[in-house]
Write a protein that binds this ligand. Structure first.
Ligand SMILES: NC(=O)c1ccc[n+]([C@@H]2O[C@H](COP(=O)([O-])OP(=O)(O)OC[C@H]3O[C@@H](n4cnc5c(N)ncnc54)[C@H](OP(=O)(O)O)[C@@H]3O)[C@@H](O)[C@H]2O)c1
Length: 190
């Protein structure tokens, strides 16, 4: 019988910490749920994911007590959740805007809540569409070339806001691209 149950040589050890395994991983723009994320290993998980840039929602049976334990950690919010109570689980998922009143996943493609088929569309469009023949080096969104956001809002960390999805002017600035190329060459040489 073949199986995958073999160490892959991660380089981590029994003494590695959550911060160690997150080194070099940027979770900015990622939303994470940590059940019991206010105590024990859950609290350390919340701290580590938050420090890596994630926005964390902690589900707790006692939100007030959880909020005290989480004081001072950035980008964390608390919502009531008792994993032994199905009604509480539905309310928790509903409060996160992920399911509707009948418990079905909310599909709102314009807000990024897509079906897997909708989520795959831009990938397949990029790989195959004759509409992109002769066009390269562009950012795509919703199976088209992304519009340019000429007046981007600054992203303020620690504030609950949608991360802008449109392309900002500096992303297509040829001088910045040239500087990035030269810097990358220097780093590779070093
Ligand atoms: N795979 C591994 O390598 C590994 C290693 C160690 C531990 N673990 C697992 O990791 C988990 C955390 O361990 P720990 O030592 O940090 O445990 P812990 O200190 O007892 O924390 C458990 C957390 O779960 C919450 N909780 C318990 N019942 C709940 C419910 N019905 N609804 C919502 N939240 C509930 C608790 O909330 P309250 O504060 O409200 O009680 C608490 O925050 C455990 O499940 C443990 O078995 C896995």
């Amino acid at each position: 019988m073949t199986h995958k149950q073999h160490p892959i040589g991660t380089g981590f050890t029994a003494a590695s910490t959550a911060a160690d395994v997150l080194a070099g991983i940027d979770l900015t723009g990622t939303n994470v749920v940590v059940t019991g994320g206010h105590a024990g290993l859950g609290l350390e998980t919340t701290r580590a994911l938050g420090a890596a840039g994630a926005s964390v929602t902690v589900g707790s049976r006692d939100p007030d007590r959880a909020a005290v334990a989480l004081a001072g950690i950035e980008r964390v919010e608390v919502s009531r959740l008792d994993l032994l109570d199905p009604a509480s689980i539905d309310a928790f998922a509903g409060a996160m805007g992920l399911i509707d009143a009948s418990g079905r996943p909310i599909i709102a493609p314009e807000r990024g809540l897509k079906t897997p088929q909708q989520g795959a569309a831009t990938i397949v469009f990029a790989a195959t569409s004759p509409l992109l023949a002769g066009i390269g080096g562009v950012y795509l969104k919703d199976s088209d070339i992304s519009p340019l956001d000429e007046d981007p809002r600054p992203v303020v960390f620690g504030v609950d806001q949608d991360v802008p999805a449109d392309i900002v002017p500096h992303a297509i600035d040829p001088r910045s691209a040239q500087r990035l190329w030269e810097l990358s060459e220097q780093l590779i040489k070093a």
